[in-house]
Design a protein around this ligand. Structure first.
Ligand code: FES
Ligand code: FES
Length: 161
């Protein structure tokens, strides 16, 4: 079947099989490999994208259900000249190690701060609870979120995640 959707502001069309997920289509059909393919079970958050305004695991969305959808991937966050503020904060706070979880965390953080720019540290922790990272220990991630919020005191960032 043919699926047409808007990805990062561009109209894209792909021929997809019935079993294909949105994640598969983004990566294998549309060449957008930012969303990572780790667990394929909705457990790790590495494939997080914004789908019609909602944060979703792209591995759990069937491609056929993406007809007409608006999708934002990590590739759609930066503009032509600069990183998205959340991306900048992750870099500045050293919240990127192997980087496999980073696109999902960045998309989830950007979505959270769009919806709840004043999210408390506990709300941040809850919002990012579905994004697993095996490298950073989360302290630097929480500091990055606080920095992106413009917080001078990233309260709770050094608490055990
Ligand atoms: S690959 Fe989608 S949640 Fe892990
Ligand atoms: S930076 Fe390696 S899994 Fe998060």
């Amino acid at each position: 079947m043919i699926v047409t959707l808007e990805v990062n502001g561009e109209r894209r069309t792909a021929e997809v099989a019935g079993w294909e997920s949105l994640l598969w289509v983004l990566r294998e059909r549309l060449g957008l490999t930012g969303a990572k393919d780790a667990c394929q079970q909705g457990e790790c958050g590495s494939c997080s994208v914004i789908f019609d305004g909602q944060l979703v695991c792209a591995c759990l969305v069937m491609a056929a259900d993406a007809e007409g959808a608006q999708v934002t991937t990590v590739e759609g966050l930066a503009d032509a000249t600069d990183l998205h503020p959340v991306q900048r904060a992750y870099v500045d706070e050293g919240a990127v190690q192997c980087g496999y979880c980073t696109p999902g965390l960045v998309v989830a953080t950007a979505h959270l701060l769009t919806e709840h720019p004043d999210a408390t540290p506990d709300e941040v922790r809850e919002a990012l609870a579905g994004n697993l990272c095996r490298c950073t220990g989360y302290g630097s991630v929480l500091r990055a979120v606080a920095a992106a919020q413009g917080a001078s005191d990233p309260a709770g960032a050094d608490r055990e995640a």
